[in-house]
Write a protein that binds this ligand. Structure first.
Ligand code: SF4
Ligand code: SF4
Length: 501
């Protein structure tokens, strides 16, 4: 059984990495690269609570929940890539003498923390604040790989990208993953036992599973070898805590008496412990969530008032709906071909931490690309066709993500008497959103210099940011895009002559 679990785990970890690697505009050939996020019941439940809808892909998570009801918490050791990595890290970093392993693997009251975290996150979601992605293991792992691990691994020997990508705050995100893996040094599967809210949710669903690890009390000699091998810290040597059991099956193999098996109850099998959570602590977690929600909303956020630098990808829902669905998985950032999508730090408020924003100094939105909407597992960025994005028939207008503005104090033709037409050349719209006025301006000596001074036609600008990205004033471009005019918002508009949709 343990060998079977290992093959299974290797297959699923391999599949997770494969999907990450093919989440690239050169290799994405219809693979369902969001499968692991779609299988995740916690993101489905969180999204259901905040947006009152279940995005169709997330219906897969019901398969995991229903299976857990009958089989127990199998997801943690057989499917979850972070659980599998933790198991591997524990094997590498935590090789202990049997007597230490007995102490390490006993159930401890600190394991309850994950239930309190789950309660706080679900209550927050119920109030409208979706922060589940911060701690959900699949979103956390995908984010860490997308913005930290893969860009760090990329190089001449392992070419993962056509260029070197950079992500703001990527180092912090990958340090968190590193910390989680190193924690195995102090307690095997620390994350899964103590912190994981998905593990807690599955633990609750596993409580009445008819299939579980059973101990034949007549055969058991109380040698505790099963405890030495246990991954869950669920006390298989006494009364097994079924909500903590990851079904690693190590205990069955470790028992030389054949006293343990996975299956239905037998007349002389051991009694099982129910969930160990304190009511008082549960209430405290609820109160914390109640206090946290207004704090999150009171920080400066694009939800309360449009923020110029919060430029969301094309197809992003209006800010409130977007925050109610985005799980901060960074799948969109991984697939974006130009590196323009970056994890927000505090630009979108605390609530919008690590949600995607366009930073045009880093890249620009490619006119015929719609990849971010295709891979988003929750439809926070809805899937667009190219025709809808560019405003081809039957769509009356292109999707706008913002509007470009000149900084005349930095623009070469406006401020330095120097000819430059880069922004106009780069502008992909037809007719172009940038146009020129020919002028003759006297220089310092009074000699007239013929120049073309650029202007933006806001009704044509789609906010793609290529002008800002390619502007020869490199450190801070002389033309910059802000979010005003974005199609997704009725509020974030300018009053203009003519039709600006
Ligand atoms: S549509 Fe724009 S933002 Fe989205 S992936 Fe493509 S280039 Fe990036
Ligand atoms: S953002 Fe710049 S390049 Fe893009 S449409 Fe507007 S003016 Fe043109």
């Amino acid at each position: 059984m343990r060998a079977l679990r290992r093959y299974h785990a290797t297959f699923f970890l391999g599949m997770f990495l494969f999907f990450l690697l093919v989440s690239d505009f050169r290799h994405l050939r219809g693979y369902d690269v969001s499968l692991f996020l779609e299988l995740d019941p916690l993101t489905a439940l969180g999204g259901l609570l905040t947006s009152h809808t279940l995005y169709k892909g997330l219906a897969w998570s019901l398969v995991i929940l229903l299976s857990t009801l009958f089989l127990g918490r199998f997801f943690c050791s057989w499917v979850c890539p972070l659980g599998i990595l933790n198991q591997l890290a524990g094997y590498l970093f935590n090789r202990r003498r049997p007597v230490d392993a007995y102490a390490d693997n006993r159930y401890r009251s600190i394991f309850r923390v994950k239930y309190y975290l789950l309660t706080a996150l679900l209550l927050l979601a119920l109030l409208g604040g979706l922060q589940i992605g911060l701690l959900d293991p699949i979103a956390l792992l995908e984010r860490s790989f997308a913005v930290g691990v893969l860009p760090a691994v990329h190089g001449r020997e392992i070419p993962l990208y056509p260029y070197q990508p950079y992500f703001h705050g990527g180092i912090l995100i990958s340090m968190i993953l590193l910390g989680i893996l190193l924690a195995n040094r102090f307690m095997p599967r620390f994350w899964c036992r103590v912190m994981c809210p998905l593990g807690a949710l599955l633990g609750v669903f596993a409580l009445r599973a008819p299939l579980r690890i059973r101990r034949d009390v007549d055969r058991c000699t109380s040698c505790s070898r099963c405890l030495e091998a246990c991954q869950g810290g669920c006390d298989p040597h006494t009364e097994l805590r079924v909500s903590e059991c990851h079904l690693c099956m190590n205990c069955i193999e470790a028992c030389s008496e054949g006293a343990l098996h996975y299956g239905l109850s037998q007349p002389r099998s051991s009694v099982h412990q129910s969930l160990d959570i304190g009511r008082r602590r549960l209430v405290e977690s609820g109160v914390t969530a109640l206090a946290l929600f207004p704090m999150l909303r009171s920080s400066r956020s694009a939800f309360a008032h449009p923020v110029p630098e919060v430029i969301r990808p094309p197809g992003a829902l209006p800010e409130g709906d977007f925050l109610a669905r985005c799980i901060k998985c960074a799948a969109c950032m991984r697939v974006c071909p130009t590196n323009v999508l970056q994890p927000a730090l505090l630009e979108a408020g605390l609530e919008g931490l690590w949600t995607p924003i366009l930073i045009n100094a880093q890249g620009y939105c490619e006119q015929y690309c719609v990849l971010c909407g295709q891979v988003c597992p929750t439809a926070a960025i809805r899937p667009l066709s190219v025709a809808e994005k560019v405003g081809a028939k039957p769509f009356p207008h292109p999707i706008r993500v913002g509007t470009a503005f000149f900084d005349r104090g930095r623009c070469l033709p406006w401020a330095m008497h120097t000819p430059c037409i880069v922004c106009e050349e780069m502008c992909p719209t037809s007719p172009k959103a940038i146009w020129f006025q020919s002028v003759a301006i006297p220089d310092r000596e009074g000699k007239p210099v013929a120049l073309k001074q650029p202007f933006v036609e806001p009704s044509r600008c789609i906010g793609c940011g290529i002008c800002e990205n390619k502007c020869p004033v490199v450190d801070q471009a002389a033309i910059r895009v802000t979010s005003v005019g974005e199609s997704r918002s009725q509020r974030n508009k300018m009053i203009l002559k003519g039709d600006v949709a």
